[in-house]
Design a protein around this ligand. Structure first.
Ligand SMILES: *[C@@H]1O[C@H](CO)[C@@H](O)[C@H](O)[C@H]1NC(C)=O
Ligand SMILES: *[C@@H]1O[C@H](CO)[C@@H](O)[C@H](O)[C@H]1NC(C)=O
Ligand SMILES: *[C@@H]1O[C@H](CO)[C@@H](O)[C@H](O)[C@H]1NC(C)=O
Ligand SMILES: *[C@@H]1O[C@H](CO)[C@@H](O)[C@H](O)[C@H]1NC(C)=O
Ligand SMILES: *[C@@H]1O[C@H](CO)[C@@H](O)[C@H](O)[C@H]1NC(C)=O
Ligand SMILES: *[C@@H]1O[C@H](CO)[C@@H](O)[C@H](O)[C@H]1NC(C)=O
Ligand SMILES: *[C@@H]1O[C@H](CO)[C@@H](O)[C@H](O)[C@H]1NC(C)=O
Ligand SMILES: *[C@@H]1O[C@H](CO)[C@@H](O)[C@H](O)[C@H]1NC(C)=O
Ligand SMILES: *[C@@H]1O[C@H](CO)[C@@H](O)[C@H](O)[C@H]1NC(C)=O
Ligand SMILES: *[C@@H]1O[C@H](CO)[C@@H](O)[C@H](O)[C@H]1NC(C)=O
Ligand SMILES: *[C@@H]1O[C@H](CO)[C@@H](O)[C@H](O)[C@H]1NC(C)=O
Ligand SMILES: *[C@@H]1O[C@H](CO)[C@@H](O)[C@H](O)[C@H]1NC(C)=O
Length: 416
């Protein structure tokens, strides 16, 4: 097991641009033999209050780029979780302990050991002991085989005296390759740019809610006519998956972000053969165009356009496709798909839909008309039916076999 570390600072001098975030990020790599299990690129700063000879004082310092190699790091195995231990300064150490389940991995525990006898960090400290504080209330989690990414800063309280602030984090544990996955789990703080200032109560972490995009919340998007009657109804959870060049990684990444109904406004227009629904979030504009084919008496999603400028994008992402044929449904009906569906718009952009029901034409009384279900839902319904029929058949066969058997034995008795 070895730990390698390197500082991004050197790279920054040569790159000069795009290093605003990476200025103090330090990279760590935990390997076992020649396979890498943890890679972490992070920026950490500490705020520690301690007792001095005449009161209390606060020490604030960042994880130095010269952080020494940790000797307690390990890839774990056989019930032992992987661990990243970073030691720095005069006897200080930061430890991240990981855990995983079938789908996610997370930082299960963060601990900090700090040495109050280090007078350059803790001048006039009245104590010289080695303190250890820890928390297992961390919100850092990501899908397996994806990189946890959180450019925004988040503060974790390790004790009443110690706060730890992470920013510009990119890390992965339980790695399946030697490099960070290009698939990313983006923390929720990064998903909305108007990052809420960390003004929450002291003990709770500002930490983003679980990162692996959970199923998105279901939005209720309705368009109304001039006379105030609803003309387009849509209930759906939307998850956008955009492949773009990451500003901080300088490589292509697939970023998956949920549209938050809360922060989304719906606009657009209803027509007899064309309806558009425009969803606007802080950093994302999304336009759906529905077309009604009066020959076939079917409507369908014919075009999708997106314009997004997310924090880690080098440029505004603008894409669209005007020759789609998704979500086809008979006119006068509403289209429903409870199962997750992926709409591939262009190679670099897809939308995952969840619990979707929509009707862009012929809405009466502001209510959905009779439902036409997507094939996945129909198949999902079919499975229990098939199983039921199969079971009934089996019961019948057993019953017949039993009756025949009984008759035979009866016949046997009679001949004797
Ligand atoms: C790992 O190291 C062993 C020997 O140390 C070598 O045989 C093997 O090819 C290496 N595997 C990889 C993926 O580099
Ligand atoms: C600092 O001093 C106060 C009172 O003097 C004491 O209650 C507290 O435990 C001390 N804190 C530490 C970290 O030693
Ligand atoms: C504690 O004493 C030091 C020097 O003795 C002084 O610089 C510092 O301001 C004092 N702090 C407080 C809180 O009185
Ligand atoms: C994690 O936190 C819970 C509740 O705060 C506590 O009961 C538990 O002992 C902690 N576990 C570890 C390993 O620290
Ligand atoms: C992660 O990747 C490894 C190797 O590619 C694979 O065996 C494993 O099933 C993947 N895990 C998940 C949850 O996708
Ligand atoms: C830790 O953060 C909380 C909330 O932001 C703050 O109230 C507290 O004073 C901080 N403590 C230290 C030691 O910085
Ligand atoms: C959606 O919103 C409309 C009005 O804005 C409301 O009448 C309707 O009940 C809502 N539908 C659901 C499923 O919440
Ligand atoms: C107003 O609503 C009625 C009944 O829903 C509809 O027939 C009519 O076309 C609407 N008027 C306009 C201007 O959209
Ligand atoms: C996002 O898109 C990429 C590239 O098409 C794909 O590999 C990845 O599985 C998608 N992720 C999700 C959660 O849809
Ligand atoms: C957004 O949703 C969250 C929880 O889902 C809720 O706490 C918050 O009040 C909502 N904000 C607005 C502006 O509706
Ligand atoms: C409607 O559908 C028919 C049959 O698929 C097709 O030939 C026709 O071009 C479509 N009309 C429009 C306006 O798209
Ligand atoms: C979304 O559209 C509005 C209005 O056209 C525009 O001001 C904004 O810049 C757009 N946002 C994105 C991310 O493209």
């Amino acid at each position: 097991m070895t730990v390698k570390r390197s500082s991004a600072a050197g790279v920054c001098w040569t790159l000069l641009m795009g290093c605003v975030f990476a200025a103090h990020a330090v990279t760590f790599e935990v390997t076992d033999g020649n396979s890498t299990c943890i890679k972490a690129d992070l920026n950490a700063s500490f705020s520690i209050t301690y007792n001095t000879t005449n009161g209390t004082s606060a020490a604030r310092f960042a994880l130095p780029s010269a952080a020494a190699e940790g000797n307690g790091s390990s890839c774990g195995g056989a019930g032992v979780p992987p661990e990243l231990l970073v030691s720095f300064g005069a006897g200080h150490a930061l430890t991240l302990l990981f855990s995983r389940d079938r789908r996610l991995y997370r930082v299960a525990n963060i601990s900090l050991q700090y040495n109050l006898s280090d007078t350059s960090t803790f001048p006039q400290s009245s104590s010289t002991v080695l303190m250890t504080v820890m928390t297992n209330a961390t919100e850092i989690s990501a899908r397996l085989n994806s990189t946890y990414r959180c450019v925004s800063s988040s503060t974790v309280s390790l004790s009443a005296e110690v706060n730890l602030t992470f920013s510009d984090v990119r890390m992965e544990a339980y790695m399946s390759g030697a490099n960070l996955s290009t698939d990313e789990s983006v923390c929720s703080a990064d998903q909305t740019v108007t990052t809420a200032a960390p003004t929450q109560s002291p003990r709770t972490t500002t930490a983003p809610s679980p990162v692996p995009p959970p199923a998105p919340e279901r939005g209720n998007y309705t368009l109304t006519n001039r006379n105030g009657t609803a003309c387009l109804l849509a209930l759906m959870g939307l998850q956008l998956n955009i492949t773009h060049r990451s500003k901080s990684l300088n490589q292509m990444v697939s970023e998956v972000v949920n549209l938050q109904p809360n922060r989304t406004t719906a606009s657009g227009s209803c027509g007899f053969t064309v309806a558009t629904l425009v969803l606007t979030e802080d950093l994302t504009n999304l336009t759906f165009t529905f077309t009604l084919n009066s020959t076939t008496q079917k409507y369908y999603l014919s075009a999708v356009n997106v314009s997004a400028f997310w924090p880690d994008m080098t440029d505004r992402f603008v894409e669209g496709n005007g020759s789609l044929n998704f979500l086809q449904c008979s006119v006068g009906r509403s289209y429903m798909c409870s199962a997750e569906q992926t709409l591939s718009i262009v190679p670099s952009f897809s939308i995952n839909t969840f619990r979707l029901q929509l009707q862009p034409f012929n809405v009466t009384a502001s209510r959905f008309s009779a439902v036409e279900e997507c094939r996945v839902d129909q198949e999902n319904m079919l499975i229990p039916i098939i199983v039921g029929v199969a079971l009934a058949g089996l019961v019948l066969i057993v019953l017949i076999a039993y009756l025949i058997g009984r008759k035979r034995t009866h016949a046997g008795y009679q001949t004797i």
